[in-house]
Design a protein around this ligand. Structure first.
Ligand code: PLP
Length: 394
């Protein structure tokens, strides 16, 4: 990498780091769509295979385009090393497979992404790793859940869809004292709004599918952390293969260049929408950490540079009302995806959180009247007008 990178500001790092021009003098980053690489001689091949020489052998191990994305994201998260994965779930899986073994125990925030929970409950436990779930913002509960065999704390902040906030600095201190690895899913904030490693987290996982792409095109993920931990994660990925495709890496690499201005625009639109919903007569409650009366507001203000793009709200009349609002909007996309330039709307109780039992859903605070909006980059006037079509139908 460019050795001057250390002295550049964050916006410059997001645009200039991680890439070296080839002899073709291309200006945009080239994309290397190749599964393997040729060797200069049989002797050289032997040296690459025995690790006597470092170089490209096969794209499950290394690919120049994927490496560019990894280096740029590592620089943005201010982490030592990054490895890209096929999806956000592949990132979480790789961390768990690389760092845990049978007999270990994980403490996890209860409202993590739905598939993270399914992965833990249905698959990880199958290999003798136990999981305890705790409320994200309850530090006492985290402390009390730690057992002698606890090896990992795993959280996602802000939470989906209620925007609860974890105290990263406090959780890092609990983790350090217990000698565990503290993993943070930073998908909702991205390094632009929050850098968990700087608050003491050991590992950051990402779904690049969301804001890093930002236009809903590709699936991908990443893991960032210190080299010692990352070597273990890289080892698992190379052996097991849930790696990122070079095409997707190229899309994400370009996504990083505009990530800051997009996150600021998502946050500005979301803040305006949350304020508008808060004053709306048909809305009984709004969940957005940017609102001053949100319980996580002060903490979010401390550890995030803005509040992000996800806003949830409750309408009276439960599921029937929520569905009526959703079905009467015209422009908003009815889809569970988020982090897109296009605003999305979804009914969590019957989609993203539909697999939970009624009790688990109630414990997570997902009521039947709850609607989640992932605010996009359209003009806020049109987003509000479209939502007014839905709310006006109540
Ligand atoms: C989407 C998402 C994931 C999973 O990412 P995929 O790319 O869909 O595998 C993990 N965590 C959070 C917070 C997400 O929103």
């Amino acid at each position: 990498m460019d050795k001057d990178m250390d002295k550049y500001q964050q916006d410059t790092v997001a645009i200039r780091s991680g890439y070296q021009r080839t002899h073709e003098n291309e200006h945009a980053e080239a994309m290397f769509l190749t599964s393997s690489y040729v060797f200069e001689s049989a002797e050289m091949a032997a040296k690459y295979f025995s690790n006597e020489l470092q170089g490209n052998v096969y794209s499950r191990y290394t690919n120049p385009t994927v490496r560019s994305f990894e280096q740029r994201l590592a620089a943005m998260e201010e982490g030592e090393q990054c490895v890209a994965t096929a999806s956000g779930m592949a990132a979480a899986l790789s961390v768990i497979m690389a760092l845990l073994q049978s007999g270990d125990h994980v403490v996890c925030s209860q409202d993590v992404f739905g598939s993270t929970r399914v992965m833990m409950d249905k698959y990880i436990t199958k290999f003798g790793v136990a999981v305890t779930y705790v409320p994200l913002a309850d530090l006492d509960a985290w402390q009390k859940a730690i057992q002698p065999n606890t090896k990992m704390l795993f959280c996602e902040t802000p939470s989906n869809p209620l925007s609860e906030i974890a105290d990263l600095e406090a959780l890092a201190a609990i983790s350090k004292k217990a000698g565990t690895t503290f993993v943070v899913d930073n998908c909702f904030c991205t390094p632009v709004l929050q850098k968990p490693l700087n608050w003491g987290a050991d590992i950051v996982v990402h779904s690049a599918t969301k804001y890093i792409d930002g236009q809903g095109r590709c699936l991908g993920g990443a893991v960032v952390g210190n080299s010692e931990l990352m070597e273990q994660v890289v080892g698992f990925l190379r052996a097991a293969g849930p790696t990122m495709s070079p095409f997707n890496a190229w899309v994400f690499l370009k996504g990083l260049e505009t990530l800051r201005i997009r996150m600021q625009a998502h946050s500005a639109n979301a803040a305006e929408l949350a304020t508008w919903l808060n004053a709306h007569p048909k809305v009984s409650k709004v969940f957005y950490a940017g609102l001053e009366d949100h319980p996580g507001h002060a903490l979010a203000k401390k550890q995030q540079s803005d509040f992000g793009g996800v806003v949830s709200f409750v309408v009276e009349g439960g599921r029937e009302s929520a569905w009526r609002v959703i079905d009467n909007t015209k422009m908003l996309s009815l889809t569970a995806n988020l982090g897109d330039a296009k605003t999305t709307i979804v009914h969590p109780a019957t989609t993203t959180h539909g697999r939970l039992s009624d009790e688990a859903r109630a414990a997570a605070g997902i009521s039947d009247g709850l609607i989640r909006i992932a605010v996009g980059l359209e003009d806020i006037i049109d987003i509000k007008a479209d939502l007014e079509l839905g709310l006006g139908a109540l």
